[in-house]
Design a protein around this ligand. Sequence first.
Ligand SMILES: *Cc1c(COP(=O)(O)O)cnc(C)c1O
Length: 430
Amino acid sequence: MNHEKSKAAFAKACEVIPGGVNSPVRAFQSVGGEPIFVDHAKGSHIVDIDGNEYIDYICSWGPFVLGHSHPMMAEGALEAIQRGISYGLPTEIETRMAELICSAYKSAEMVRMVNSGTEATMSAIRAARGYTGKDKIIKFEGCYHGHSDCLLVKSGSGALTFGMPTSPGVPADVVKNTLVCRYNDLVSVKETVEANQGEIAAIILEPIAGNMGVIPPRPGFLEGLRTLCTEQGIVLIFDEVISGFRAAFGGASELYGVDPDMVCFGKIIGSGLPVGAYAGKREIMSVISPKGPVYQAGTLSGNPLAMFMGLKLLAYLKEHREIYQRVEEYAAKLEAGMRDLLTKHGLRYQINRVGSLLCLFFTEQEVISYDDVKTCDTTKFSKYFQCMLGRGILLAPSQFEAMFVSAAHTQEDLEKTLHAMDQALSACEE
Ligand SMILES: *Cc1c(COP(=O)(O)O)cnc(C)c1O
């Protein structure tokens, strides 16, 4: 496989963009290579500027549950553009988007649209602090909530990959109110709450962790957090930026039957355009400006084109719930095939899967928290990643990211993927 044009494009990009990319994981650094530059994508396939074609398991990190450039998504988009892309004034489509989100999540009674997942969690934390009048928050080791200062502590994939648990540039003063607990460990949370009695505004977590590989919540974990938060008057925030409208239409909240006080969205809700949202109980959301005193704003928030595309996808998914079954079936078949091959090659591994999200960990230890994730053989993963790429299978370029499946993935894709994997795993045997 020739990557000459991508190599040249990367060298050029590195001159004017830090590390040549606009988001660190894209640089392929942790898998010891250089990124491919994309020319176009269609369905389950992506084509790079050298003309190489890949079966794509990144799916823009989640949004393309129907596959790339789905014909239905293009319908009406030109008209939406021709009506004017942005006005800086309200439009009715923003209300329709908010209504749809409220219809899907019990804990969503009001919604504020923003432009990224980072903004969603940052703003939700501010609202929770304003609502409770308290400063401290609890997050979990290995959970990523975007790159805002107070949440950039022990935070998953990008930071894990680059070995920076907390970033330089974040003042210690800003993160002193961020307490970190162990994922899936309720006892660690109870102890922390006890040691900070009456001082905690919010507990934020990915109800299905997706930035240290994929880690589902253990039975009782979410329920336990719910009870604790209710007892202590703490705002429980689910960061469903990955899992929302992806793991199920109603996300982890629906899958596990636990309703937080606030919920954050991103990725899929813009169907590939830059959109985020945070939602919550009416009483909490009412603190937000201009209804309440907690300031939060955005020039392009609720952008009509982004709303048009996002709403189109979500409304379609609402009407076609069978899509979730279809992607899950593919993911389950893929998982089964992978398990057979890994056994055949005598490799030690774990696979975690929730719906259409799955992750292969090169470790023999059951993966339920960040401590387990750290035991992964990342050198082996890099080898596996490169072999797969060379055989036309595009995985997320990090051990700590999920594989995303779409409804556009076919039986032929599945067979090709497993065939490539058989060869790639041979290379991983020692
Ligand atoms: C991607 C992600 C974010 C950040 O979203 P951006 O749009 O990249 O700012 C926040 N939380 C979770 C769980 C994510 O996966």
